[in-house]
Design a protein around this ligand. Structure first.
Ligand SMILES: C[S@@+](CC[C@H](N)C(=O)[O-])C[C@H]1O[C@@H](n2cnc3c(N)ncnc32)[C@H](O)[C@@H]1O
Length: 250
């Protein structure tokens, strides 16, 4: 019974994540079938107020992501929630924070670039789709079911996994250390119409991605030791060959 509930919880968290993720894609593409989009109507709020709200929403999203992903937080948190449900709870919290951001986002008028109706438009939409594809494929290269907590909730009642067992370099990971974040970055920037509000979203998220990478790499280095130092010295961070780290001297 407990295991059935745990699996159901994991599935619900995953479905909520998936719905929110699709909303994010449609939000940035300006598609009509979601509750809000990045440039959805101008609500007449003063610019400063809209910027403060938007930046606060991004900061809140980044804070939740960064704090809940840290090993020290997980160690404390798993005294309250079963370790088999820790990842699903993280996924659920992250999805709710993202939904909050998308729902309360304040659009900001003003054009940064607009190439709609030109030959560049289909090119940018293609790159936009490639970005999401890189991201989606990357989740499978690491372990899709583990990344979204489904594996852990399925194994409820069994001993908890101590974390990533082995440093791996499948496909994109051979060329960049963070293909999943690269996918986000490609999709974020590749739109034919970039408003000031959209640019604020993209820059805010890009800054968060760089902060998130710094935190994640510290944990990966602590977990994998010199193997991660070697990987970081050979493989670029977000772009092939760029952002490699010097090997620490002994
Ligand atoms: C949200 S995923 C993002 C992975 C990576 N930063 C990216 O952008 O593709 C984060 C988890 O992936 C795992 N991970 C990241 N790089 C890895 C690698 N090279 N091998 C094995 N696991 C990895 C770690 O467990 C980390 O907590």
């Amino acid at each position: 019974m407990q295991r059935t509930l745990a699996v159901a919880y994991g599935l619900v968290a995953y479905l909520i994540f998936f719905a929110t993720f699709l909303w994010l894609v449609a939000f940035l593409a300006g598609l009509p079938f979601v509750p809000t989009t990045v440039d959805d109507g101008v609500n007449g709020q003063p610019l400063a107020q809209a910027m403060v709200v938007d930046l606060a929403l991004i900061a809140l999203f980044g804070l939740q992501h960064s704090v809940m992903a840290r090993p020290r937080f997980k160690a404390a948190w798993t005294r309250i929630v079963p370790s088999s449900l820790e990842r699903s709870t993280y996924v659920l919290a992250a999805s709710l924070m993202l939904a909050l951001l998308l729902w309360f986002w304040h659009p900001i008028e003003g054009t940064v670039w607009d190439v709609r109706g030109t030959a560049a438009e289909p090119v940018l939409w293609t790159v936009f789709a490639i970005g999401w594809a890189v991201l989606f494929i990357s989740t499978w290269l690491i372990n899709h079911f583990e990344l979204f907590g489904l594996k852990q909730s399925w194994n409820h009642g069994r001993p908890a996994d101590p974390g990533p067992a082995k440093l791996r370099e499948p496909m994109f990971y051979r060329y960049v250390r963070h293909p999943l974040y690269l996918g986000f970055s490609i999709a974020f920037w590749s739109v034919p119409f970039m408003s000031i509000g959209h640019l604020l979203f993209v820059i805010g998220m890009q800054v968060y991605i760089l902060i998130g990478i710094a935190h994640e790499e510290r944990d990966l280095r602590a977990h994998f030791g010199s193997a991660y130092d070697d990987y970081s010295a050979r493989v670029g961070k977000l772009l092939p060959g760029i952002g490699r780290r010097a090997r620490p001297t002994a």
